[in-house]
Design a protein around this ligand. Structure first.
Ligand SMILES: Cc1cc2nc3c(=O)[nH]c(=O)nc-3n(C[C@H](O)[C@H](O)[C@H](O)COP(=O)(O)OP(=O)(O)OC[C@H]3O[C@@H](n4cnc5c(N)ncnc54)[C@H](O)[C@@H]3O)c2cc1C
Length: 366
């Protein structure tokens, strides 16, 4: 609670809560406007919860267009990867370049995007106070107007700002591998999850993650372990379980403000609501949140553009939920075998990421 904390936050002109992707981009942009910025972060360092990260995560990004919008070059943290899908046991190669996808390390290590952004923020003069959480609506109310709340996929932030959410259920497993050059993403669609599962490798980390929007049983985990062993030969044994909130509770979830505070990242609904890709949206949202401090009208327009694909992805997911998995999986197989022959379809997938259009427009100088 603020009353028990050092009062450093009162001295700053601008407060950002959460040192994740959106919070760091917001802080860098505010500092570049000559503002005095303080970031309050619950952990003792950047990189989020040790339950979630380190983890290699994938997302479509157009690096030049993103830089044109957020003013930050994140290309040192972007990595090419070999992509595959495994649908009911059938291995199908995917073309990551066609959907302009990259792998990014998240977490506290020096090779992560979080560390890259943190280094830039420190160079720009942003101050940090670690070990400082917001827990309740009262805490949020005590923050100065126009403070930016960027607390990501954590229940406290959603509850404190009264943003509705769905709970998603996760198991992750990670191990280190000697081959630092290994860089892959394998996505699994199978009867064991109504969402999906994947494995990734990057910078010597081997990572496996299965989730869905309802509880996951031990049999699910066993089936995923077996599927991975058959397709990749890797054995995963030590699993961590967690749940987190996702902003997919309602078609009207995206929101830029909570009272007189500004929201950023997944808390604000910058998350694609079919597959839950949220990194590009979070990066873009940091810029929009910083914009909202000084120019609310422009920020609202950019926010509308950034989140306009949310409703479409939300409805597609609702519709596919109506189809039983045994009927859906064969169709998915056919679609994945042929989708890369149709650039218009892969372009549409990339463009469904929150923030994609803002970046393209910035690149074109519009
Ligand atoms: C395991 C996992 C795998 C994922 N895989 C992908 C993927 O492959 N592709 C993709 O695009 N997206 C993926 N995502 C989603 C993506 O990570 C998020 O959408 C993105 O990080 C959101 O950015 P953010 O800025 O909103 O929050 P974050 O980057 O999560 O940052 C939030 C920060 O706020 C801090 N914080 C939290 N609560 C408080 C509090 N109460 N007070 C103060 N500080 C607080 C946290 O410690 C953290 O540092 C994944 C998420 C997880 C957890």
């Amino acid at each position: 609670m603020f009353v028990d904390q050092p009062m450093g936050w009162r001295m700053a002109e601008n407060i950002v809560v959460g040192a994740g992707l959106s919070g760091l981009v917001a802080a860098i942009n505010l500092a570049r406007e000559g503002r005095d910025v303080l970031v309050l972060e619950r952990e003792s360092r950047v990189g989020g919860s040790p339950l979630y990260h380190p983890s290699p995560e994938g997302t479509p990004v157009d690096p030049a267009a993103l830089e044109a919008f957020i003013g930050i070059d994140i290309s040192p943290a972007l990595h090419h990867f070999e992509g595959r899908a495994v649908v009911s046991g059938e291995v199908i190669p995917t073309d990551s370049e066609a959907i302009r996808s990259w792998l990014i390390e998240r977490g506290p290590r020096s090779t992560s995007l979080d560390s890259l952004l943190y280094g830039i923020a420190v160079d720009e003069g942003v101050k940090f106070e670690f070990g400082h959480s917001i827990w309740s609506n009262d805490d949020v109310a005590k923050l100065p107007p126009d403070s930016i709340i960027a607390t990501g996929l954590y229940f406290e932030g959603f509850d404190a700002t009264r943003v509705p959410y769905l709970t998603s259920f996760h198991f992750v497993s990670r191990q280190t591998i000697a081959d630092e050059s290994s860089s892959h993403v394998t996505i699994y669609h199978d009867r064991f999850t109504s969402d999906y599962a994947y494995t990734t490798s990057l910078n010597g980390i081997l990572f496996a993650h299965v989730f869905q929007r309802r509880p996951i049983g031990k049999q699910t985990l066993k089936a995923f372990e077996e599927a991975v062993f058959i397709a990749e030969g890797y054995e995963y044994k030590a699993w961590e379980h967690f749940t987190f909130p996702v902003p997919a509770a309602s078609i009207r979830n995206p929101r830029l403000f909570a009272g007189d505070k500004i929201l950023a990242g997944t808390l604000a609904g910058y998350m694609e609501s079919y597959m839950f890709f949220g990194m590009l949206g979070a990066l873009v949202s940091g810029k929009i949140a910083a914009m909202a401090v000084s120019d609310k009208a422009r920020a609202c327009e950019e926010f509308r553009l950034a989140t306009r694909s949310f409703a479409g992805a939300y409805l597609v997911k609702k519709a596919t939920n109506l189809v039983p998995l045994p009927l859906l999986l064969p169709q998915l197989k056919v679609a994945l075998r042929h989708v890369f022959d149709y650039p218009l379809v892969t372009k549409t997938v990339a463009e469904a990421m929150p923030g994609w259009h803002n970046c393209q427009r910035a690149l074109q100088g519009a």
